[in-house]
Design a protein around this ligand. Sequence first.
Ligand SMILES: NC(=O)c1ccc[n+]([C@@H]2O[C@H](COP(=O)([O-])OP(=O)(O)OC[C@H]3O[C@@H](n4cnc5c(N)ncnc54)[C@H](OP(=O)(O)O)[C@@H]3O)[C@@H](O)[C@H]2O)c1
Length: 274
Amino acid sequence: MEFKTISGIEIPVLGLGTWHMGGDMSPDYSEDEKYIRAIKYAISKGITHIDTAEIYSGGHAEELVGEAIRQPAEKTHDRKELFITSKVWPSHLSYNKILEACENSLRRLGTDYIDLYLIHWPNPLASMKNAMAAMGELVKNKKIRNIGVSNFSIRQLANAQKYTKNKIITNQVKYSLASRNPERGLLEYCQKEDIFLTAYTPLAKGTLKRSKILENVGKKYGKTPIQVAIRWLIEKPNVITIPKASSKEHIDEILGSLGWKLKKVDQEYLSQQF
Ligand SMILES: NC(=O)c1ccc[n+]([C@@H]2O[C@H](COP(=O)([O-])OP(=O)(O)OC[C@H]3O[C@@H](n4cnc5c(N)ncnc54)[C@H](OP(=O)(O)O)[C@@H]3O)[C@@H](O)[C@H]2O)c1
């Protein structure tokens, strides 16, 4: 695994997304074994950073992560080797509801603490002051190790930081070769302020595998379009990413994005071509 460190916090650059594991907005238990197997396999291969949320599959994605981390694959992993991210939904942003949502996530995950807890989306009707006070209380009580946000604009991010002494260590946003919004200022802001930008939907839902442009660049390195697409992201300062993959083949392919470098000229070529 490759890691990035910002403000003394080290995070694996590649995590495993879990949206649509175990259902959509409500649980679907029919493929539990497949998803538990995938998460365990990813962990056994060194993908120790797992991204989930209370909203995913009505909480069932967290339960699947909990199952998987209770039964590690070939070797036993200490909890401290894992980096678990979860998120509180915007309808739960009052002080008490954040505390309650976190307890529920901890129970489903079967763990004593969450490494990184995010506000999933901004809620203009909620008090950011109260939300940050609750996040601070969770840090103080060692229920969560770090705080972050998701889908926040620069203004919302700066405003949230005003209400807490805890560093907001990431803004998780949609970012890939096919989705370049963060390049309109947010990425630069995160780099300047020492904040991780966690890129979600980095594979454009898998569709980047069909890109001829990525295929041609990949040929030079013996890499697939998916591997080049991830590499393009993680070579950017402060950017880490969390593709979702639920088969051994897809997880192996994603892992092939590590341990090599795109030449600057190819990095720039890709940025221009998409
Ligand atoms: N904060 C937010 O608001 C937010 C929003 C969206 C997503 N997220 C997080 O980000 C994670 C990733 O985003 P995403 O799930 O939207 O999209 P994604 O990672 O861009 O794409 C996932 C899709 O790509 C497929 N895939 C994976 N590896 C592949 C490969 N090697 N070849 C071909 N296809 C492959 C997966 O299929 P299989 O499952 O069949 O392997 C899945 O259908 C989510 O799971 C979630 O944890 C956060």
